[in-house]
Design a protein around this ligand. Structure first.
Ligand code: SF4
Length: 147
């Protein structure tokens, strides 16, 4: 099943009902769902395995706990730091990582690491060499020269 941004434009209560329905279908029918979304809390709620993509390339992959509790790729860290947090104590614990610049065209992507034009941790090698996917722990893979 492929769901492309299925619920993010809906009223919050309808959205919660649909998310719960999908969760029930997952459990009751043993379904495998493929969800493509920018709704990070929704992904956390539904997904067992998460792949993070930037400009059409997979930059990090792992189970939901690995990716949310120990994000490795700078783009994953940027995404997770952008989740709004209503409570001051949570905001104090999670520093917001901001990036600048526009998303480059996927038709003419940057050389080396595609994220290097916006990455706060970019090094000289990043614009020259495409990082390979490395497994840092069982099932948790990242494509970044920091590892
Ligand atoms: S390879 Fe370099 S530019 Fe790419 S995400 Fe890692 S540190 Fe940033």
């Amino acid at each position: 099943m492929v769901l492309d941004e299925p619920v993010s434009g809906l009223d919050v209560s309808i959205r919660a009902q649909i998310m719960n329905l999908l969760k029930d279908l997952q459990a009751d029918l043993g379904l495998t769902m493929f969800l493509i979304s920018h709704d990070l809390p929704g992904v956390r709620y539904l997904a067992d395995v998460i792949g993070v993509m930037y400009l059409g390339e997979l930059v990090e992959m792992g189970n939901a706990d690995q990716v949310y509790n120990n994000p490795l790729h700078p783009y994953t860290k940027v995404l997770l730091s952008s989740i709004p947090m209503p409570f001051e104590e949570d905001r104090a614990k999670h520093e917001r990582i901001k990036i600048t610049g526009e998303v480059p065209s996927p038709l003419n992507p940057p050389s080396g690491c595609r994220f290097h034009t916006r990455c706060p941790f970019a090094m000289p090698i990043c614009s020259e060499v495409t990082p390979e996917s490395k497994e840092t722990e069982a099932g948790h893979k990242v494509s970044c020269h920091l590892y």
